[in-house]
Design a protein around this ligand. Structure first.
Ligand SMILES: C[S@@+](CC[C@H](N)C(=O)[O-])C[C@H]1O[C@@H](n2cnc3c(N)ncnc32)[C@H](O)[C@@H]1O
Length: 384
C-alpha cells in the first residue's frame, strides 16, 4: 500500500488522518487513494506523455521552467509529475493518505531526492495550511474541489494561492439537474457498505463498458484506446472514481465563471463536457490597478551602489516598502544567481534563471518578475 510515509515533507498543520478514517467509515468519503494505487500499476510513459500534453494544451504553455506549480489534491501524482517534467517547481498535497503515498511513489520512481518537488498531506479546506504556502504561478486542482464537501469554500481557497497574472486550472462536475441527484444516490450507495459497493460496481461498470463499445462502433474507432490520449487516464479507474466519488457537488459553468470574475480572474479557456463528467476552466488572474499599487508598495529592486569589475557579479537591493530585506546578485551571463536575506537566509537560483527573476533594465525600469514576487512572498511567510 502506498501510504503517506515519513518521507513526506513535514506539515505542521497536516490534515487529520482520524477525520479521513471517520468519513470513510461512516460512508461519507470514497477512498480515492486506493483507486489511484491500482491506477499506478498501469501507468507508463505513454500516459505520462499524454498528461504532459494535456497540461500544455490547457494552460497554453509549452514549458513551465522557473514557475511555481501547486497541485491541490494531487491524487495519483501524475500531473505533479507532468509539471515537474515541464520544468516547474512543484508542491503537491492531498487529503487522502493513500493519494499522498501515490504521489510520493511517483516522485520516488521518476524524481527521487529532487528538492524541487515537495509533497504533503493536507486539506484544501485548511486555510492555516494554505497561508503557509504563499502563492504560485500555476495552481492546478483537477476534479478535487467538488469532492471536499465544501466546494465553493474550496474554490475560494485555491483562488488565494494564485499570484497576480498566474493561472488557475480547475475541473468541476457539470450540474445536470436531476441526473446529478441520481448520481449522488449511486455514490452514497457505493460508499455505505461492502454490499453497496459490490451492487453499484456490477450495475454500472458493465453499463459504462457497453456505452463505450457502442460509441466505438458508431465512431468507427476504438474509444478505449483513445481514452488515455486525453489526460493519460484509464477508463476503468475513472468509472470507479465516478461511481464511488463522495463527497460530490456540481456546478454550472456560468456560476463558476461569475464567481471567479468577482475575484479578479478572467476566463482563459473553457472546455465543456456534453454530459456527465467535468467542465474544465483555466482562469488567469488579472492585475488590477490596486494590485499594481500594492505590488509596488510591497517589493522593489534597485541597483546596489557598488563598483564591479568587467566580469564581476551584479548586485541589487530588494526593499519591502522602505525596508531593505535582501541583496540579490547574478553573474555577468545571468546563469548563476542568488539571494541573501538580511536575516541571514541565503539561496542560490531562487527561481529559474536571472531573467526569470528580474525584468526590464537597460532603458526600461528595472522590476521584479511575478515569480520573484511570489518567491519573496513565500520566504517572507516562512520568516514570520
Ligand atoms: C478525482 S481525484 C483527482 C486527482 C488529480 N487532481 C487528477 O487530476 O488526477 C480527487 C482527489 O482529491 C482529493 N481530495 C478530496 N478532498 C480533498 C481536500 N479537502 N483537500 C485535498 N485533496 C482532497 C482526493 O483525495 C483525491 O485524491
Amino acid at each position: 500500500m502506498y501510504w503517506v510515509n515519513s518521507e513526506s515533507d513535514s506539515n505542521p498543520t497536516a490534515s487529520n488522518p482520524a477525520e479521513f478514517e471517520r468519513e470513510v467509515a461512516t460512508g461519507q468519503r470514497f477512498e480515492f487513494g486506493q483507486n489511484w494505487r491500482r491506477f499506478l500499476s498501469v501507468l507508463n510513459e505513454e500516459r505520462i506523455a499524454n498528461a504532459i500534453q494535456s497540461l500544455q494544451q490547457q494552460l497554453g504553455l509549452d514549458r513551465l521552467d522557473g514557475l511555481q506549480f501547486c497541485d491541490a489534491g494531487s491524487g495519483s501524482g501524475l500531473f505533479s509529475l507532468a509539471a515537474r517534467r515541464l520544468g516547474a517547481t512543484v508542491h503537491s498535497f492531498d487529503f487522502d493518505p493513500s493519494s499522498v503515498g501515490c504521489t510520493q511513489e511517483l516522485k520516488r520512481r521518476y524524481f527521487a531526492d529532487d528538492p524541487h518537488w515537495t509533497i504533503q498531506p493536507a486539506s484544501v479546506l485548511d486555510t492555516d495550511y494554505l497561508r503557509t504556502l504563499g502563492q504560485f504561478d500555476v495552481v492546478y486542482s483537477w476534479g478535487v474541489l467538488h469532492h471536499t464537501g465544501a466546494m465553493w469554500q474550496a474554490i475560494e481557497n485555491v483562488t488565494m494561492l494564485v499570484v497576480p497574472k498566474g493561472r488557475l486550472f480547475i475541473a468541476l462536475y457539470n450540474d445536470q439537474g436531476w441526473l446529478s441527484r441520481m448520481w449522488l444516490a449511486v455514490k452514497r450507495a457505493y460508499c455505505c457498505c461492502t454490499l453497496g459497493r459490490w451492487a453499484m460496481t456490477v450495475t454500472w461498470v458493465p453499463g459504462f463498458f457497453a456505452r463505450m463499445c457502442v460509441a466505438s462502433l458508431v465512431a468507427g474507432r476504438n474509444k478505449f484506446a483513445a481514452y488515455h490520449h486525453e489526460r493519460g487516464m484509464s477508463p476503468v479507474h475513472d468509472w470507479i472514481d465516478w461511481i464511488g466519488g463522495l463527497p460530490f457537488e456540481v456546478a454550472k459553468p456560468d456560476d463558476v465563471i461569475r464567481f471567479h470574475e468577482q475575484r479578479g480572474f478572467e476566463l482563459f479557456k473553457l472546455t465543456r463536457t456534453k454530459s456527465l463528467g467535468c467542465n474544465q476552466f483555466v482562469f488567469q488572474m488579472k492585475r488590477s490597478p490596486r494590485d499594481e499599487r500594492t505590488q509596488n508598495m510591497s517589493y522593489r529592486v534597485e541597483h546596489a551602489a557598488s563598483k564591479r569589475g568587467s566580469f564581476g557579479v551584479y548586485r541589487y537591493c530588494i526593499y519591502q516598502g522602505d525596508c531593505l530585506i535582501a541583496h540579490y546578485w547574478h553573474d555577468h551571463r545571468g546563469d548563476e544567481h542568488g539571494i541573501e536575506f538580511v536575516n541571514g537566509l541565503s539561496e542560490d537560483c531562487p527561481v529559474g534563471r536571472m531573467t526569470d527573476f528580474l525584468e526590464g533594465g537597460g532603458p526600461e525600469p528595472l522590476r521584479l518578475s511575478d515569480s520573484a514576487i511570489a518567491y519573496l512572498t513565500r520566504k517572507q511567510h516562512v520568516k514570520s
